[in-house]
Design a protein around this ligand. Structure first.
Ligand code: PRP
Length: 183
């Protein structure tokens, strides 16, 4: 285990099973779509989940990417998500599925839902790997969430602290002495 990790909360096998369940749910949801669904990864945190998820699905999908940032180098959301890299495709008339790594305060999800509805999508679904309901400031949920977690500072499988630990194959709780004073 990495030296900065206090405890593993989701092992590689547990995550893989959650990804398969989400892929199955999406295959069922999207089977009636007239056009190929467009999957959008919210970078950077969702990138590893996104790649595993689309490859676990039977439905062919198109992929696109956007960057939204609200945390900077801290651990608390600023409440003002900023789209720092916009999409390179027109989403009007598309069945869009937005893939997130975590829903925390809900600010990012609300901002993105509003953004996509204003751009005239045919349908809009959201899937998150992790849900931290105890931290919610906006009453919003993803349409599908793989795992609910408590109010711990977690890293791995795409999630970072100061851009570190995204490549860990598991999700673990960061030791307090690493991030203390920043929350
Ligand atoms: C994280 C995460 C979500 C958002 C959720 O992004 O990827 O997009 O915060 O938080 P919220 O529900 O409080 O809005 P972050 O800004 O840390 O960027 P990253 O994905 O590049 O790590």
């Amino acid at each position: 285990m990495n030296k900065d990790i206090e405890k593993i909360c989701l092992r590689k096998k547990t995550i893989a099973a959650g990804v398969r369940r989400a892929a199955h749910w999406l295959d069922q949801q999207l089977c009636g779509c007239a056009k190929t669904p467009l999957f959008i990864a919210v970078l950077k945190g969702s990138v590893i989940f996104f790649c595993d998820l689309v490859r676990a699905m039977k439905t062919p999908v198109q992929m696109s990417f956007m960057t939204v940032s609200s945390y900077g180098s801290g651990t608390e959301s600023s409440g003002v998500p900023k789209i720092t890299t916009d999409l390179s495709v027109d989403v009007a008339g598309r069945d869009v599925v937005l893939i997130e790594d975590i829903v925390d305060s809900g600010h990012t999800l609300l901002a993105l839902k509003t953004f996509f509805e204003q751009r005239g999508v045919t349908s809009f679904r959201t899937v998150t790997l992790l849900d931290k309901p105890s931290r919610r400031k906006i009453p919003i949920n993803a349409d599908y969430s793989c795992f609910k977690i408590g109010d711990e500072f977690i890293v791995g499988y795409g999630l970072d602290y100061n851009e570190m630990h995204r490549t860990l194959p598991y999700i673990g709780i960061l030791k307090k002495d690493i991030h203390i004073g920043t929350k």
